[in-house]
Design a protein around this ligand. Structure first.
Ligand SMILES: *Cc1c(COP(=O)(O)O)cnc(C)c1O
Length: 376
């Protein structure tokens, strides 16, 4: 059994992939060009009419999003203590200060109450991470941002295709609520390339133009060798754009397949007292980048992981170490115990296999193995 089976997921699209690659090779337009713009337009349309600006990877997307805010060295950006390292890295690498904030014990996303207490006169932005495939509490975070004049950045690397219900009842795509959203096309993400890729998302056309500039050496469209800003060379590869255009029309059905598997896991595991299924964030749909459960403590988590492995079921810990205990972030001066929820989650989370072409008998089998362990 595999956590992810990209060869099987890609197999039915092989002829289309071949045609895409041929199209790019024959056009000979290997950097930017029409293919990248078409992908950007199609992704924007898929996300309800937002502007999508492709770039080289999801980490660059976060960095470019921050660069578009014109911050000063030493400005503070709130970041969850429980996330992939890229979220904090993008802040730190720009000479800004990542201010870690604990996550909620029920949904594992940035805690708006803890965020409120971390705001200082230097705070400029909040980075919310839509962890495992569902949105952070965007209404609470947006309210906090409005109160304090902060920008909201959504790290949507794990929740592309999820939706958020606005206070007025309307539904919008995750990643298009804040000033800038970002996503990643790392191969294992819900919409993965066959290499690196990423994008910024925004509803603001002038910010989209600015992000495009920043990702292309600060150069405006049609103005070669005039550099308006200090930017990056961070472009989505044209071949990757062509492959992603082939995959994008399938993202909806792949997401539905993930949601179906998650519902089966919920049914199989829901009654077991030896494990816990995290709460679903009201207002958000969940695209199940991961199906993650928690155990009572690390001994229990490690025992289940070992039992699964003995029965041929792979599982992963996303993430084993909170940011404040990572060697590179010791300079922030935090101690063990400071972000208790993040630390507890690192010791107790476990992600089970979930991917769009996972055979139903495997889903059933995983459920049965976990049940046997939990009742044993
Ligand atoms: C994958 C991921 C990123 C980084 O994306 P890359 O494309 O690998 O640079 C950032 N944040 C989160 C939450 C991620 O899961």
């Amino acid at each position: 059994m595999r956590l992810l089976d990209l060869p099987a997921q890609h197999a039915p699209l092989q002829a289309e992939f071949d045609a895409s690659l041929q199209r790019v090779m024959q056009a000979g337009d290997f950097i930017q060009g029409a293919e990248v713009q078409r992908f950007a337009d199609e992704l924007g349309a898929f996300l309800g009419g937002a502007h999508a600006v492709p770039c080289a990877n999801g980490t660059d997307a976060l960095q470019l999003a921050l660069m578009s805010l014109n911050l000063q060295p030493g400005d503070e950006v709130l970041v969850p203590a429980f996330t992939y390292v890229a979220t904090a890295e993008a802040v730190a690498v720009l000479g800004l200060k990542p201010v870690l904030v604990d996550v909620r014990p029920d949904t594992f996303t940035l805690d708006p109450v803890a965020a409120a207490t971390a705001i200082t006169l230097r705070t400029r932005a909040i980075m919310a991470v839509h962890l495992y495939g569902q949105c952070a509490d965007l209404t609470a975070l947006q309210q906090l941002c409005r109160q304090h004049g902060l920008a909201l950045i959504e790290d949507n690397a794990q929740a592309i295709g999820a939706t958020w219900q606005l206070p007025d009842g309307g539904h919008v795509a995750a990643g298009t609520v804040g000033e800038v959203g970002t996503t990643s096309f790392f191969p294992s993400k819900n919409l993965g390339a066959m290499g690196d890729g990423g994008a910024m998302l925004t509803r603001d056309a002038s910010r989209a133009a600015q992000l495009h500039e920043l990702a292309n050496h600060g150069q405006r469209r049609g103005q070669k060798y005039v550099h308006h800003r200090i930017g990056l060379n961070s472009r989505l590869d044209t071949l990757q754009a062509a492959l992603l255009r082939t995959k994008l029309p399938h993202l909806g059905s792949w997401t539905a397949a993930r949601q179906h598997i998650a519902a089966q896991y919920d049914a199989a595991l829901g009654g077991l007292t030896r494990l816990h299924i995290p709460a679903r964030q009201p207002g958000s749909t969940h695209v199940f980048h991961q199906y993650t459960i928690t155990l009572a403590n690390q001994t229990e988590r490690d025992a289940l992981q070992q039992y699964l492995q003995q029965h041929g079921v792979p599982s992963v810990v996303y993430y084993p170490t909170p940011l404040h205990l990572q060697p590179a972030y010791q300079y922030l001066g935090h101690r063990p115990g400071e972000f208790a929820v993040a630390e507890h989650l690192c010791a107790t989370v476990l992600s089970l296999p979930i991917h769009p072409v996972m055979p139903p008998e495997q889903v059933r089998y995983v459920g049965e193995v976990v049940q046997t362990w939990a009742r044993g």
